[in-house]
Design a protein around this ligand. Structure first.
Ligand SMILES: [Zn+2]
Length: 214
């Protein structure tokens, strides 16, 4: 049974009440986004909207409050971004950003991977979770852009067999929130692991971008 309350404001009824649905829609601002300053290696990144209001609340509720009933709502937004970002690519492959082993254990699921997989009910697209976290990182909250970059450097690697998927591929990294861009930059670095034939191109599609400058 799903909790019969709006995930953003708590009012009884649907997963997203009409007022909060309007507030989510008000965040829509599909555009190429670059953090200020962009970290070295930051890929071209398309974002659906701003990390604010009801949109921010449902992203958090889905990730940290077990509101898995938000999956279709967030998949629709991510689906819009993906559709726009893969425009013109021959055979794109979506690579969701990996969660840490610790967070997988705590949550018992991978919220971003779940949303990404659900996109396929809207449109057929290849998904390859080839990235993995190879060493522990500190909690990013409260770190500025330089600290985040140092914290993340070398933190990602590839799963076994990734080269088969990545060689010459047009990769679209997917994520829910972009802040300083350090995570996407690290992911792009990991895709080009030395000694392996890497992807032909790397872009990213992300649900929301924080307005914060760091
Ligand atoms: Zn509401």
């Amino acid at each position: 049974m799903w909790p019969a309350a709006c995930a953003a404001c708590g009012v009884a009824g649907r997963v997203l009440c009409p007022r909060c649905a309007l507030d989510v829609a008000a965040q829509a601002d599909l555009r190429w986004h670059s953090p200020t300053p962009p970290p070295p290696g930051f890929p071209p990144t398309l974002t659906w909207g701003g990390y604010a209001g009801a949109l921010r609340r449902i992203v958090v509720a889905h990730k940290d409050e077990e509101r898995t009933d938000l999956e279709p709502v967030l998949a629709a937004l991510l689906g819009d971004v993906v559709e726009a970002v893969i425009d013109g690519l021959d055979d794109p492959v979506l690579v969701p950003m990996p969660s840490s082993p610790a967070s997988r254990r705590t949550r018992g699921r991978e919220p971003l991977l779940d949303i990404t997989r659900r996109i396929r009910t809207i449109r057929p697209v290849r998904i390859a979770p080839v990235l993995r976290i190879v060493r522990r990182v500190r909690d990013q909250a409260g770190l500025d852009h330089r600290e985040r970059r140092a914290n993340l450097a070398g933190s990602m690697g590839l799963v076994r067999g990734a080269e088969r998927v990545l060689a010459g591929a047009e990769v679209v990294l997917v994520d829910d929130v972009v802040t300083t861009g350090a995570t996407l930059a690290e992911a792009r670095r990991a895709l080009h692991t030395e000694g392996l034939r890497g992807p032909r191109s790397v872009r990213a599609g992300v649900i929301c971008a924080t307005a914060r400058r760091m």
